[in-house]
Design a protein. Sequence first.
Lengths: 474, 408
Amino acid sequence: MAAVVGPDHCFTAAADLLTYECDGLTHGRTRPDLVVLPGSTEEVAEVVRLSRAAGRPIVPRGSGTGLSGGARPVPGSVVVGLSRMRRILEVNLRDGWMRVEPGVINLDVTRAVSGAGFYYAPDPSSQSICSIGGNVAENSGGAHCLKYGFTVNHVLGARVVIEDGTVVDLGGPAPDAPGLDLLAVLVGSEGLLGIVTEVTLRLLRRPEATRTFFATFPSTDEAGEAVSQIIAAGIVPAAIEMMDRLAIVAAKAATGLDWPDVGAALLMDADGPLAEVEHTSERAADIARRAGALELRLPRSEAERQLMWKGRKSAFAAVGRISPNYLVEDGVIPRSDIAAVLREIGAMAKDHGLRVANVFHAGDGNLHPLVLYDARESGQEHKAEHLGGEILRMCVRYGGSITGEHGVGAEKAAFMREMFSEDDLETMRFVCTAFDPDGSFNPGKVFPATRLCGERLERERPHPAEQAGLIERW
Amino acid sequence: MAERPGKDSDAILGVIPRLVFEPESLEEAEDAVARCARDRLTLGFIGGGTELGMGAAPSDLDAVLRTCRLDRVLEHAPADQIVTVEAGATLAALQAVLAPHHQWLALDPPWPERATLGGIVSTNAFGPRRTRYGAARDLILGVSIVRADGTRVKAGGKVVKNVAGFDVARLLVGALGTLGLVATATFRLHPVPEAAATVLFPALDSAGVSSLAEACRAAQLEPTSLAAVADSDRFDLGVRFEGFAPGVAKQAERLLDLGRRERAAGERLGEAEARAFWGRHEAVREMGPLRVKVSAPPSGFPAVARTALARLLGELSPAGAVFYPTLGLGYVAGRPSAVSAVAAATAEAREALAPLGGSLVVCEAPHDLRAAVDVWGAPPPAFALMERLKGRLDPDRRLNRGRFVGGI
């Protein structure tokens, strides 16, 4: 391996491997045998061939910000880190695309073209450190995917190294290439189908205008009702985010924003052509008032608008101010059930003797309940994990999903059976084995193992970078 | 279950099946596919039949399953803006159910009265509003499919945001029924826009179309449709805005200003004129027995017009072309002159598109022409992987045998 990637990019010493034992899901750790950081598609292909010849599982890794253990090694594995492959290869603004290596950071894509008035739409909260390769693996979303869609809607093409080291090109700048849409299933396949070494991303022209408002409500019931009515009025907000009382308290504590002490708040963005946006944002504000908003704040400047979003974005990390420990859940419910679901979560939390803060993407029903606990108190951690699992089951019961954007990874593999039958899972396995018959890539992720007694769901912990204040998530 | 011998009207590109199933429920559909699995019968699927000309003729066809009686809307949750329908429901019937709630499925392929949702998904059929809303791939949330072995499975879900498991639903879009029967599909819905305006720029050359499309984007206008319609080397560019009335009016006005700066004289069409323009756009598809779909990156449009479109238009009479300049997609349709001349034009058009990264697919063609051209063109670079996938999901290769790319 050292001969392929160079001795400086091949690690076997315990101290060097430490960083790679986990991703953003920090408590589940496994030491790989080897970490390699290839610098080109050819090197990736050679690494794959060598690993396979040695019978070693291959675990692809981007920035390691994932929250579901998708980049966690398995025993005996080779971790293939793509962080050295971070060149922007080609930009074509006329056709609105950019070809990049997988290690390019999400936000750097937008930065490279923002001067020309373009941007890359998917905006996961970790966008300042997460990589495009990881986004492709997880089909990452973000607050603005309500209007603009997910990574899968913004990837035009990919170059991928499959199990035998073959390099395959899927899609490209011209639409509707004849044949099966393998790109559609590659995006979101969580590193099980191969290693992506180049990605062609769609770039969008910046909308002419963005209007934002922050509205407070007595409780999440009224806030949920406002969301429903805004949507029912035919408005497609660019983003619409909700926070409950506990989340607002935490955000205030962290940022010093002069937000009032209320039961719930909404933060909404509308964007598009100016005349359209002025109309829709006024109408949405009216609806919020009629749904029982206590107060409506409109930012008077871009700086003020950024501050409002900062409050929202910092809410996750801010929860650390009001609780020694917390775990982050990621589930989806039908949007119209938000108020009922939040009440149910509240009741479940009470039963468990725990508090849950809610900060989430209300427009698409993507919940991020933060289960607060104190690990020093015996039994609390277990209770918190149990509550997190119950919340996921509830999401499925409401017709939703066990993950809206964090992925299944290692963490929720055991929960796939809550959503899918054995036959459903078998169909996904057919797809998987068509790409990777021996299961060389990222084993142990997505698919549940044979059910074991006393199987426990793993829970997310704050990412170290997040605790250090380097990143935020929402 | 309704099961009968095949008739002429059940044929797929001239191949008449021995047996036809018309299941009335999903369970019956499972039974029919399972029976074909048991008896090792090759099986094709027919929805509304609007795109049956797509693909090669089946190399073997024992049975056909028609989805026409699987036409229920299973769930419409207006507040969640999702709908789940059976495969045989027509697009028009679905829109009629959604309309009272001021919602619609933002897909506008031609022939909505006949086109079924299963067919639209399987053929990736689309219309001009793809410009804004994307295609089936962008709107589908989940499916249930009946696999080749007769097992009904689901993938995806019924919420707009969901990353649990592999995205098998999107994989079925455009797969021409070769991976399984699309039995039901769940889609994301959009609000019906309250106002619309079409601005027409007549008789532009291809460079004029491109520069106006680019100017539109530069000015941050957001049309829902942009279509250039031609019967010669001049294009009538229709640009449609939809949304709330103030935004629509303002955008149409600004586009007319842009046109003046680009020296393109445009006019905002009245309702009847707008209908006529989009009707003419639709009618291009039915200009004759030949229809090809052309793809190239948007900036390649002038080159495409000069080469592929011009070459094909020259061999057809009557002839018409539609190009969606921001999508990089278009159609040429018409009545072919001599078979050999059209085959040569198709080959030359492909040669012209290849360096742009584009492609040409023959969607409709008379029988004699099919013998002279490969409707799909050369197999794509990832063909080996596609074949492996087909082999995993349909190991006996019984579903729509021989119809898809590379004989899949």
